[in-house]
Design a protein around this ligand. Structure first.
Ligand code: HEM
Length: 155
């Protein structure tokens, strides 16, 4: 049992070390994640469609949200377990959330990375990760079998 636990701890440590090395190689560190989250959500708030959707839900709770998003990106980048939340549940019931907002979110994220990412590889890593999560959130929040099966489409 002890051996199993040790093997597991070594495995987790190896995953974390590899993630840290991969991120370092493309110039991603905690300072950049902090800057990215601050800059991106500043732009989200200024966006005519995204801003009101976020602010309606997060009014009075922005500092908490920013801290959470920094932990989230840190844990995705460095596999350090900094974030243990449930993103799908967090997005349930956000008023005026539509599937069409996701491409706008991604466009703004890409534009932010164009302005501040340390290099193209860092931008590519954040975009690939965000696109994967956006797709999965869109499916879990909005998936409707009618999208795939024309026989289910209602007129
Ligand atoms: C149009 C797209 C999106 C909208 C409108 C949106 C909106 C929101 C809002 C309002 C919250 C706060 C929920 C609350 O605390 O009550 C939230 C949390 C969060 N969002 Fe999004 N989001 C979007 C896309 C994304 C994407 C693409 C990602 C990931 C790349 C993401 C990751 C997260 C995470 C990790 C949280 C924190 C969840 C928690 O409380 O643990 N969101 N989002």
């Amino acid at each position: 049992m002890n051996n199993e636990l040790q093997a597991r701890a070594a495995h987790v440590a190896a995953i974390r070390e590899r993630a840290e090395a991969e991120m370092k190689a493309i110039g991603i560190d905690d300072a950049f994640i902090g800057n990215l989250v601050d800059t991106f959500y500043g732009r989200i708030l200024a966006h005519p469609e995204l801003g009101p959707v976020f602010d309606a839900r997060l009014s009075g709770r922005w500092p908490e949200h920013m801290a959470k998003m920094k932990s989230f990106w840190s844990s995705v980048a460095f596999r350090n377990g900094a974030y243990g939340g449930k993103p799908v549940q967090a997005h349930l019931g956000v008023a005026n959330m539509t599937p069409e907002l996701f491409p706008k979110w991604l466009e703004l994220f890409a534009a932010t990375l164009d302005d501040i990412a340390p290099n193209p590889e860092a931008k590519a890593w954040f975009m690939a990760t965000a696109e994967r999560i956006a797709k999965s959130l869109t499916l879990s929040l909005f998936y409707n079998p009618a999208i795939d099966d024309p026989a289910l489409k209602q007129n």
